[in-house]
Ligand binder design. Structure first.
Ligand SMILES: O=C(O)CC1=CCC(=O)O1
Length: 94
C-alpha cells in the first residue's frame, strides 16, 4: 500500500545542538536504509519549512505505524498520513 506522509519537525528548544545533530544523523541512516529497501519511495523537503512529504510503500497501516514510531526524530514530529489508492485516469504503472 502507498501512503503520503507529511512530517513536521519541531526541534526541542532545550536540547544542545550536538545532541540534536546526533539524532539527525541517526534519522538519516534510518531513512536511507528504508529508501534502499524500497519502502521509503520518495522524500521531498517542503520549501521554507522544517517539513517533508514522503511516499511509503509498505504492507499496511501497522507496518507504517511501526516505521514512523521508530524514527529517531519521532518525539519531535507532527505526522499526517494519507493512504493512497489507484486513480482510474493514471497511466498503467504510474
Ligand atoms: O528533515 C526531515 O524532514 C526529517 C527527516 C526524515 C528523514 C530524515 O532523514 O529527516
Amino acid at each position: 500500500m502507498l501512503y503520503l506522509v507529511r512530517m513536521d519537525v519541531t526541534p526541542p528548544r532545550d536540547m544542545p545542538e550536538e545532541e540534536f545533530s546526533r539524532i539527525k544523523a541517526r534519522e538519516k541512516e534510518y531513512a536511507l536504509g528504508l529508501q534502499r529497501d524500497g519502502r521509503w519511495r520518495h522524500i521531498w523537503r517542503v520549501v521554507g519549512q522544517y517539513s517533508n512529504y514522503s511516499i511509503f510503500d509498505v504492507s499496511g497501516n501497522d507496518e507504517l505505524h511501526q516505521i514512523l514510531q521508530d524514527l529517531p526524530l519521532y518525539p519531535y514530529m507532527t505526522i499526517a498520513v494519507t493512504p493512497l489508492a489507484a486513480h482510474p485516469s493514471a497511466l498503467p504503472g504510474q
